[in-house]
Design a protein around this ligand. Structure first.
Ligand SMILES: *Cc1c(COP(=O)(O)O)cnc(C)c1O
Length: 355
């Protein structure tokens, strides 16, 4: 394995006070990781350095053609003060899936997990202590060749930054209101919806802004061909409980395979729930609601873990599920996942890795 050099900062930053809400992505730690890729040399010169600006040529390809991929995971502080990661090997495997789709050279997954551990341990005092808080880890890779022709990059950077983040639910689990987007789409089969690329997010901003203007928190994405099948909710995967059965859209190429989604499916099956991955139309959801069989709906993702859905707006139709009450499936998943992540529940599945 490559040796990672470490240059410690001479001017540590003031850490945010833990009595103030940390928010999401407002603060960054003292150090970052950076590694170069150059054609002929491969990935090389991995280093942990003080958090700093990156100087790039204005012709750097990432600015023009969005050859960029990223990941998002968290480090959690347990009650006994240890720090742990949740299934980081899955994130690094997914980073390579994204790399393959965007013609970015693969990284060594095991090395990348070790790198994350090393970086977090350098900045371990930045892992917050408060209930529900964590250290968000953002690995990303982007093309830097100064070349405005369209071409896969020959020179890239792999960077990891860290951000202490607050509890997603300072007031406890809170159902969100969702706008069903039937105009714009996030992704289509054959595109890059199944990978974590910044470009997917650029495509989603317009609908997100529209939903917020209309008083909704997030959008429910429908398929790009017929605007008929449910895909994801905002930046989360989506689940429905219909007549006691848990259903979630299957991964058909335009849906991102979330690690929280996978963990939910595994936990539910272990606990005897019937879970089905299949195509689900928005009409089917509406019909289930009308006949009183739509028990619950929720999103899943690293940031919020589980996000119960209180209401959907689909054209002139409204699906009203709950204003404040949390369904039993949502609550079970939230409690179990956060329990494992923060070390309150014993990890019997090998999902956590200590730093
Ligand atoms: C990251 C992401 C998710 C959730 O993935 P997790 O691994 O559970 O955090 C879902 N949908 C999209 C579009 C995403 O980018």
């Amino acid at each position: 394995m490559l040796e990672i050099s470490v240059e410690l900062t001479k001017s540590p930053k003031q850490k945010p006070s833990e009595s103030e809400p940390l928010g999401f992505g407002k603060y960054y730690t003292d150090h970052m990781f950076i590694m170069n890729y150059d054609e002929g040399e491969g990935w090389h010169n991995p280093r942990i350095v003080p958090y700093q600006n990156i100087a790039l040529d204005p012709a750097a390809m990432c600015f023009h053609y969005a050859q960029e991929v990223f990941e998002g995971l968290k480090a959690y502080r347990t009650k006994s003060g240890e720090i742990q990661l949740f299934r980081p090997e899955k994130n690094m495997a997914r980073l390579n899936l994204s790399n393959d789709r965007l013609c970015i050279p693969r990284i060594d997954e095991e090395f990348a997990v070790e790198t994350i551990k090393k970086l977090v341990s350098v900045d371990k005092d930045w892992v917050p202590h408060g209930e529900g808080t964590s250290l968000y880890i953002r690995p990303f890779i982007f093309a830097v060749d100064p070349y405005v022709g369209v071409h896969p990059a020959r020179h890239l950077l792999f960077v990891i930054i860290l951000s202490p983040v607050g509890s997603y639910y300072p007031q406890g689990l809170n159902p969100v209101k969702i706008y069903v987007e039937d105009e714009y789409v996030r992704a289509v089969k054959g595109g890059m919806g199944y990978v974590k690329a910044g470009g997917n997010y650029a495509a989603s901003l317009k609908s997100q802004a529209k939903a917020e203007e209309l008083g909704y928190t997030q959008v429910l994405w429908l398929d790009g061909v017929e605007r008929k099948y449910v895909e994801e909710v905002g930046t989360m995967n989506v689940f429905f409980v219909i007549d006691g059965e848990v259903v979630t859209p299957k991964l058909t190429g335009s849906v991102l395979g979330g690690i929280t989604r996978l963990s939910c499916i595994e936990l539910l099956r272990e606990h005897g729930y019937k879970v089905t991955e299949r195509c689900i139309s928005i009409q089917e959801i509406y019909d289930a609601y009308e006949s009183g069989k739509l028990n619950e709906a929720f999103g899943s993702g690293t940031a919020a873990v589980i996000s119960p859905i209180g209401e959907f707006r689909w054209g002139d139709k409204v699906i009203k599920l709950t204003e404040s009450e949390i369904g039993p499936v949502s609550q079970f998943l939230y409690d179990t996942l956060t329990g494992i992540q923060w070390g309150k529940i014993e990890d019997t599945r090998g999902w956590t890795q200590k730093i």
